[in-house]
Design a protein around this ligand. Sequence first.
Ligand SMILES: Cc1ncc(COP(=O)(O)O)c(C=O)c1O
Length: 383
Amino acid sequence: MNPLVEDTGSPPIPAVQGWGRGYQGARGPLIDLCQAVPGYPPHPELLARFGQAAANPLYAKYGFIPGDTALREAYAAEIDVAPARVVITAGCNQAFFAAMLTLVPRGAAVLLPVPWYYNHKMTCDMLGLEARPLPTEAANGFIPDPEIAAGLMDGVAAIVLVTPNNPTGAIYPAATVKAFAALCQKHGAALLLDETYRDFLPDGPFEAPPENAIRLYSFAKAYAVPGHRIGALTLPETLVPQVAKVLDCMHICPQRPAQVALAWAIDGLRDWREANRREMASRVAGARQAFGANPAWRIESLGAYFAYIRHPYPGISAWDVTEHLAREHGVLLLPAPAFGGSADHLRVSLANVDAAGTERLVARLADVTHPPKSGRQLLGTVT
Ligand SMILES: Cc1ncc(COP(=O)(O)O)c(C=O)c1O
């Protein structure tokens, strides 16, 4: 057994879903807001094109390691970069894993704003990289401070920013991203920008990030196809052959029918994506209003896809609160400590339900009974 993997924390969603299976339905149907997935199905034409491509023997063959040309070109045009800089991956998590393996020597440090996306932390742990926490505060909207980061750069090979953020929903100002890019340049470190939620900015298009940013993207959320496992990594062209070595060992090529369908969808579903962006913005606004009616569960941060809320039981771990909510009240959320965050916070994934669903959630929270205190530590990533 590789001790690095053995010592890596487990993902929280299976645990929370397991608790949900213990819920007897006493308070109404289960309200599942734990996984960040769109509650609506993919567009029917995307599914039809996927089906056609899957039935075509051509796409049963191996494709190019960095992805099929049509999707690389369509995505490159979307973000205005050269297609040769784009590598298509089997999802954004794989893009991150491949980027870390390619760019960060074993033992080097990776600076992660806290709370972090737990798969980023898990990747660092299993690759033998030091995941170095960069603290952020609710009072500053969980926006990481480049000046604090500057004092933590010794041995840092990469900084990872997720904006819009998972789990807090925070949207980093362009000036913050620029300051981190300058910091990375100064220290010869890589800046990785996870743009998984870029299509859900409430005020429209994403501002182009600095040239030196290595960009990660997921097609899962904007196209509602998390099961098809397609993501993208955009990096300097000189690094493409290096990352291709890693990907050749992982999957040889990304699955092809979804690449064919998505190459069409980038332009073909622009209006549909825009309508979903507006829908998500209205869910976010609806969540602010709904939680306003129940201030005991206070919103600490809100944006794009997530609400990050404070539970009303000081001294009780968010893990205990989460388990109690799932088993006794039929509400599935994620505890902030799973993201390295505070024991007082929980993450709500707003994408899973419409505005009425958020209202049902808030009404259900109003009736929550006091959670029992377990022997669990207040912090920690593993249940
Ligand atoms: C910030 C972030 N990056 C990456 C991913 C994973 O994306 P994919 O499903 O494309 O691997 C997620 C999924 O929730 C995410 O929130």
